[in-house]
Design a protein around this ligand. Structure first.
Ligand SMILES: [Zn+2]
Length: 208
């Protein structure tokens, strides 16, 4: 993507593997601050508790919108809503993008809890962060992340037209994400693919 053509940047939470480039992206979107433009959406915690968004770049933006549970914002003809706070060590929100034609749910980092299924239902496409393959055969780690078994349950419950798996940890990489995606597709009956670096997904073509 050409950052100078972006309308907005959305930060789900302040963890470094998600927020590391936020300042660089704001600089790029605003041509180093020469053209004041665009919006940032972020949880309050990312701006106040761990102020990962530097103060000087905040002035380069037209707007900063605070993400909150059950809030909806409008960006052009896209509705951006954050239906519920995720169970994760810091304030984290998944996002539902609603365009005139499609609804896309982006389920970011979280521990599994049943409301995820209920709140992200009714979408055409679900993009979901799956960090761990599973706890089988090893020490089951107690972490606030989804594993492949959780993801199968969520995809089955939401029943979108298609699903994209992303944000893989080492156990997912080792299990070959495309094979994990095939396993999800086989067990849920929902077309599922694994994201890869640089991958593009054309909603109009892929969801037709
Ligand atoms: Zn995280």
């Amino acid at each position: 993507m050409d950052p100078t053509k972006l309308d907005a940047i959305i930060l789900s939470h302040q963890h470094i593997d998600h927020a590391n480039d936020v300042n660089i992206m704001i600089e790029a979107m605003t041509t180093g601050g020469y053209s004041k433009r665009g919006a940032l959406f972020a949880p309050r915690s990312a701006l106040e508790d761990d102020p990962i968004v530097l103060t000087y770049v905040r002035d380069y933006l037209n707007d900063i919108h605070i993400l909150e549970e059950r809030a909806t914002h409008t960006l052009g003809n896209v509705e951006i809503s954050t239906p519920l706070r995720h169970v994760h060590p810091v304030e984290t929100y998944g996002i539902i993008f609603k365009t005139p034609r499609y609804t896309v749910s982006f389920i970011v980092d979280t521990r599994f809890f049943p409301e995820l299924i209920e709140k992200y239902k009714g979408c055409d496409l679900v993009v979901i962060n799956v960090v761990r393959y599973n706890g089988k055969g090893g020490k089951k780690l107690d972490v606030d992340h989804l594993n492949l078994e959780d993801v199968k349950r969520i995809i089955k419950g939401i029943s979108p037209k298609q699903a994209i798996l992303t944000h893989f940890g080492f156990t997912m990489i080792r299990s070959k994400p495309w094979e994990a995606a095939a396993e999800v597709e086989k067990e849920t009956g929902i077309k599922t693919i694994a994201a890869s670096d640089g991958m593009e997904f054309d909603l109009a073509n892929e969801l037709a």
